[in-house]
Design a protein around this ligand. Sequence first.
Ligand SMILES: *[C@@H]1O[C@H](CO)[C@@H](O)[C@H](O)[C@H]1NC(C)=O
Ligand SMILES: *[C@@H]1O[C@H](CO)[C@@H](O)[C@H](O)[C@H]1NC(C)=O
Length: 431
Amino acid sequence: MVQLENTKCSFLFCLGICILICSAIYLKAKIPNTSVERSGLSSQSTPALKSCDILPSATPGFTWQRKACKKISYETKSNANCTVLKSDLHFITTPLSKEENDFPLAFIITIHKELETFVRLLRAVYAPQNVYCIHIDAKAPEEYKSSVRNLVECFPNIFVASVNEKVTYAGFSRLQADINCMKDLVKSPTKWKRVINLCGQDFPIQTNLELVRYMQGPEWKDRNMTPGIKQPPTMKHRTEFQYEEVKGTHVAPKGRSQKKGPPPHNLTIYFGTAYYSLTRPFVEFILNDKVAKDLLEWSRDTFSPDEHYWVTLNRMEEAPGSHIEGEWEGNVRAIKWRDQEGTAHQGCKGQYIRDICVYGIGDLPWLIEKESMFANKFETANFPEALDCLELWHRHKVLQHAMVPIQASWRLTTEIEIINSTLVLKPGECF
Ligand SMILES: *[C@@H]1O[C@H](CO)[C@@H](O)[C@H](O)[C@H]1NC(C)=O
Ligand SMILES: *[C@@H]1O[C@H](CO)[C@@H](O)[C@H](O)[C@H]1NC(C)=O
């Protein structure tokens, strides 16, 4: 009996000590984090930042830690207090330099899922002098659409496209989505100088200041960026035969290989990326010029028309800002294609999907070195650490370039003291 009492005592004693030690560690970890900022975006799988070694070094004895989390669903309810929302979600609310303020950009962002990923992309490219058209796939769930609408209500320079298509991969609807946004953007009071298109799986590598400088540099001043070449024989079928969009699912050959007529106005068809940076006069040309409109109509039943439409028009002498002799120039996107493994890159550390790498955290050093404007693709469902880490790295760079005082809410990280090696940050924990 005495034996049992002793054991019980020892156990309770140990338990007490454990609680004391744990509390001490907990409190110590909390101390540098007691700022009143409410801030935060929930991060289902915040990694231990030790693995994000692309970040600049923290003060000796300290480590970077993502700031306190808050559920995104709470932030995007209707009638949110916009001042609080912008601060909680770490949006940058003043232009960071005169240079950027004098060269506003327009963005077209087409999205269909993952609210949190969208918010991360949006806040990474957001600047108050720019303008943003968000095209939401008409197939997206109502709840998603209303969350996005609630969020953008807080920003006078962000709007949802007035017409939203059911978007099909490789279909004409993908091209139409951009055109819909362009129609809205030319009516915007913002005197934007370039329009850039993004999808939900993109993320910036360059800061807004770097983008502005790149567009104003000697190579791209007053010029559209549409990487691409004359249509190679392997791509000929895309515009030689008729295709049909099976709304919202896929694109299929129409009937039994029905041939299309030649392109209008004897145009030479090019093939390139669907991503671009376009000048405002060129966008007006797209929307108003007869050749551009005829090519658009002709492209309705082609395969993946967004990969020929922009580049074909940009190789026309008459088009404003065109680049007639251009080929693949322009660092619009860093993409790891499977067939370029061993040449352009040394393999995908994440996973190939449709022959394009979905980045893992191990791909980030390669990405950063590329100095492309943006990178594609990121998927938070499978490789959350990659976006998590790149986001922190990008925001550090943005704030480093800022020419104005930095507000505390703009920071995504705080420094916390490294207490001892027993403090392990488990993925999924929010601080
Ligand atoms: C939003 O919240 C801030 C800070 O809590 C407060 O000062 C402001 O009055 C609120 N605005 C509205 C419109 O409720
Ligand atoms: C169409 O263009 C080709 C060369 O690109 C030229 O040889 C041909 O004469 C043109 N046809 C017409 C009708 O303009």
